[in-house]
Design a protein around this ligand. Sequence first.
Ligand code: PRX
Length: 652
Amino acid sequence: MSDNIESALHEDRHFPPPDDFVAKARLKPADAEALYKKADEDYEGFWCDLAREKISWKKEFSVGLDDSRAPHFAWFTDGVMNVSYNCIDRHLEQRGDKPAIIFEGESGDTRTYTYRDLYNEVGKLGNALRSMGVQKGDRVVIYMPMIAEAVIAMQACARIGAIHSVVFGGFSADALRDRLDNSGAKVMITADGGTRGGRVVSLKKNVDKALDISEGLVEKVIVCKRAGNDVDMKDDRDVWWHIATAEESNDCEPEWVEAEHPLFLLYTSGSTGKPKGIQHASAGYLLNAVITSEWVFDLHDDDIFWCTADVGWITGHTYVTYGPLSVGATQIVYEGVPTVPDAGRWWQMCQDHGVTVFYTAPTAIRALMKAGDELPSQYDLSKLRLLGTVGEPINPEAWMWYHEKIGGERCPIVDTWWQTETGANMIAPLPAVTTTTPGSCTRPLPGIIADVVNEEGESLGPDQGGLLVIKKPWPSMLRTVWQDDKRYKSTYWPKFDGKYYLAGDSARRDPDGNFWIMGRIDDVLNVSGHRLGTMEIESALVAHEAVAEAAVVGRPHDVKGESIVAFVILKSDRPTGAEADEMVKTLRNWVSDHIGPIAKPDDIRFADGLPKTRSGKIMRRLLRSIAKGEEITSDISTLENEGVVAQLQGKA
Ligand code: PRX
């Protein structure tokens, strides 16, 4: 385990919830206590009560947890409902004219959608999809910029019972093709292009490329006009969004689906080369989205919420498309990067839109912190009352900066631990209840039975690093890996007789019972808060004709969390000088084309071979030390090819 321990430094700064925050909070200490008690005494009843209270059902359920197919768990199985109805229709009477989404583009264009507008837009697109023959259970791939239409597209799928699979707009045509083919989608929704950092990203071009090489079933592509860049529209296949929806009615009867009906697939990296389609169900997923929006983000009717995540990731699913809408909140959606025109853009937007609750990633906080304290101090951030982080452990320095410079020392910070697979926040402060400490995600939420255990599944004591597990099924857990039950079982339930969910993270608890996440236990990197499988990058590298072998590891990076280091063996002789520089460039672009710019290695080193044990296993721990530039003190004499170490260190 010691390999994973990043920083076990003792942290003794503690921040209790401010009194005025507690006074107005949705969940007060006594409420939280009652919830923990109820979950402890009657676990299933706890979730059933919440599901009855928080979800509008078409037909009430009588079954709580069905564990007859464990570890495939099911919740509220005989209930019937619709997620989009819960996010939109049920607010219309009281909040029809309330802004649901305030959109801002990078160039400053804005558009506000009320709940009524959302109803209309989602209805029209839902009807258009139905007109194209999309039915309940069909998959629709969404590949869009971060614009309101991306949310509308997801909601439209949910409305008609189609299963959406959003592919992050930063992924390449190859990565898109893999996901398209695996999901078996027959319709795609995209845009001509999106704007990031002043540049137009030609999404439609990538779609055309992906479909050229796809073996899949896509029949129709709906194209939203956004960036105005030139696109080729294929006659029978491609149709503009505004044309497809022009004649459609605003009213689109929701498809009433059973609670377990799949709501979406979201592909995520694992330790092998092939991305996994994480499959979520409808009602259970929605339930945790609702309660965490209330408990952790404390969303009130007059809040302006802003979660900066892209809808291509789970955070953008749960805390843009579903959570805030399900509780009738107003939220900001922003298309661009945080640094246009300068690194004060987000703070300016917080001021101009009166943002009250702000949720982002540590990597973004670190990047903006580097730009200096002056920028945030130029803006009026006094409306902010709660801040959140997600995606990776936040270093205490960044936490303190966020607390002081953005939160004005008055806003609680919720450091939320969760995963694509968990669907919603799992370990996180309750802002009116929990005393926070910089760097810790604190305690499991009511109803979440998390623990730190050893290889035998035994609970570990204070400050002992171990495996993070969840000991009881929860409603928003993944249901399976799309069409791969075997992989679902072997990835998440491989130990402890399949009784505990294995998160793949290592963690420890401090003597106060606060959880500290220490890193991944599998070969997964966390680059700018994005999980990237090392195997996936290695596969991309060896797909290049010049490459014989590759190994990829992470190296700590002060902004990105981790940066990617690739050790590459070419089929020809080891290149040096200008030849090596040229090859590095080629391979970086190659990976970018095959996966996306986020997967580009920061550093590529060549050698005659990789360090392997005599049994042929690549010594990853050694590679990690080399990548970090550490002195190699361990005994490398058992290595089959000792000489390569100096080459990889750049010393030979
Ligand atoms: O390693 C943990 C880290 O991100 C992983 C989940 O990645 P993904 O499925 O892409 O979802 C990210 C957004 C929910 C986890 O296994 N992680 C996420 N949040 C935190 C975190 N590590 C430490 N602290 C967090 N708050």
